[in-house]
Design a protein. Structure first.
Length: 317
């Protein structure tokens, strides 16, 4: 793991450990803090321990050590990282997810948007920026791109570079969004009354911010399950020589993009207000709070493609 300070990674570790335990595997965790020397030391340790397989959750580490990873003689699966030749991966469709987030704000009527990015060394940063731009081009709205650091601490500084006429901000991840909300509050701007905010990841604290954060949820449990399943299959191929019977490792590349769903909460709160005003339900004078809220969600997101069985609406607490 490249870090454990970001709550997303402990959630991913928990999902991986649960699936590994269910399959009879133990888990050795190496926190490399995105340091090349620590990454090499961790790989050396794992090989010396004769592990059945290695999961790597860092796009930067993958790029630094791709040749070594292919030559280790140990099954390797990349998780939360784009795949390279010979190394299967399990990842989220970041570009499509960022487009969904941006389409959501555009669907609410926002025409002046900003995107707070992460450092270019993070592969997902470029993909998410591309997704935001896809949506902006299709809708012909204004976009201002602001550099961020992918952490809470960088959010307030990024807000200082956001034009005051921006009414909707798509953030690289939830940590960035939390920092942006803090910066906006310090600047006297209200969320969502003045500016709508949407994040990416759906870390646990996203539901507990003030207001609760609308976000693109990464299906962490599914991602962990698929990563362990891929690694177990690679280990079986290696130990049982199943490759000679036509079982192709290339099949694992098909696992590269897992579904994700957008979770709507109060940080893009205009949706609920508009749902009430437009009386979307027949006879809505007697409709319950939840019926009206769900109807509003369906109306404003009718043009967004959802993966079957993965969509869910969260009622704000």
């Amino acid at each position: 793991m490249p870090e454990l300070e970001n709550p997303f990674f402990p959630q991913l570790v928990s999902a991986i450990e649960a699936e590994a335990t269910a399959r009879g595997y133990g888990l050795l965790l190496c926190n490399t803090t995105d340091d090349e020397a620590r990454e090499l030391a961790a790989l050396r340790l794992l090989v010396e321990q004769r592990v059945d397989g290695i999961m790597l959750a860092s796009s930067r580490a993958m790029r630094r050590h791709a040749g070594l990873l292919r030559a280790l003689g140990v099954p390797v699966v990349l998780v939360n990282s784009r795949g390279v030749a010979g190394l299967p991966s399990v990842d989220t469709a970041s570009r499509r997810g960022a487009r969904l987030a941006t389409d959501h704000l555009i669907g609410l009527g926002h025409r002046r948007l900003a995107h707070v990015t992460a450092p270019r060394s993070n592969a997902a940063a470029g993909e998410r920026l591309a997704g935001v731009r896809d949506a902006v081009r299709a809708a012909d709205v204004d976009l201002h791109v602001v550099a961020g650091d992918g952490r809470v601490e960088g959010g307030p500084g990024a807000v200082a570079s956001v034009p005051t006429n921006v009414t909707g901000i798509v953030c690289y991840n939830d940590l960035t969004a939390i920092g942006v909300m803090r910066g906006l509050r310090s600047a006297g701007r209200r969320v969502p009354e003045d500016v709508s905010i949407i994040g990416f990841d759906d870390i646990e604290m996203a539901a507990w911010t003030d207001p609760p954060l609308t976000t693109v949820s990464q299906p962490v449990t599914e991602k962990g399950r698929l990563a362990v399943a891929a690694l177990a299959l690679l280990a079986a191929l290696l130990s049982q020589h199943m490759a000679e019977r036509g079982v192709s490792v290339d099949r694992l590349a098909k696992l590269s993009h897992v579904p994700r769903v957008t979770v709507w909460r109060w940080s893009t709160g205009q949706m609920f207000t508009q749902a009430l005003q437009s009386k979307l339900l027949p006879g809505s004078e007697t409709a319950t709070y939840e019926e009206t809220w769900r109807a509003g969600a369906r109306r404003f997101l009718h043009n967004i493609v959802q993966y079957p069985g993965c969509g869910s609406f969260y009622r704000p607490a």
